[in-house]
Design a protein around this ligand. Structure first.
Ligand SMILES: [Zn+2]
Length: 201
């Protein structure tokens, strides 16, 4: 990742939270962020009119498709997410998608590409449908910013001070345990909380 990007991502995420009135003690409200960015977020089966391609893909290669962003000829920007729950193969309702950790990661990742102004490059075809992806560097950047949006550092430090475990943080803020563990680790929040405790009162 390019030099300075990580600090820049935290600042960028903080500005976006300000713009949608979301504090640094809560996870980003993705529908609000999407509205702010003038982006529509749509479940795959709604976008294509059928869930069949997603079921077919799930059978072939579970988890292969997470999300994609489409710039339509009429100027609309649409983020499409995989409506199939990876673990169970169930179709996710739009309501459940709001709190489903993996879907939230995928949507935050797509919105991050847009915020960062990434170009769409390679085209992949999945179950007969073309999808665009970015280069690996841009994928990393989008993942990083998505993490900052979903779990702001000040919130993680506060959770670490309260001694909350990663799975508790995940459940509380509607992210996957992997996301909570990763952000706790790369943000250095537990270390900062431990240093704070060691300081004399
Ligand atoms: Zn991506």
């Amino acid at each position: 990742m390019r030099r300075g990007f990580k600090a820049q991502a935290e600042r960028h995420a903080a500005q976006l939270r300000d713009a949608v009135n979301c504090s640094d003690r809560e996870t980003m409200c993705l529908p609000k962020l999407a509205a702010h960015l003038k982006v529509e977020v749509v479940a795959g089966h709604r976008a294509l009119g059928s869930a069949d391609p997603f079921y077919a893909l799930h059978q072939e290669q579970p988890g292969a498709f997470s999300g994609a962003t489409f710039h339509l000829p009429d100027g609309r920007i649409v983020v499409v997410y995989n409506p199939i729950v990876y673990e169970t193969g169930d179709l996710l309702s739009a309501r459940a998608a709001q709190t489903h950790g993996r879907t939230r990661s995928d949507v935050a990742h797509e919105l991050s590409h847009l915020v960062l102004g990434h170009d769409l490059r390679e085209i992949k075809t999945i179950a007969g449908h073309p999808f665009f992806t970015c280069d690996p560097e841009q994928e990393q950047e989008a993942n990083w910013l998505a993490g900052c949006l979903l779990l702001p550092r000040p919130m993680l430090v506060a959770a670490a001070r309260r001694g909350e475990a990663d799975d508790h943080v995940a459940a509380q803020h509607h992210v996957t345990i992997e996301m909570a563990r990763w952000r706790m680790s790369v943000s250095g929040a537990r270390m900062q909380a431990a240093r704070g405790r060691a300081r004399p009162a």
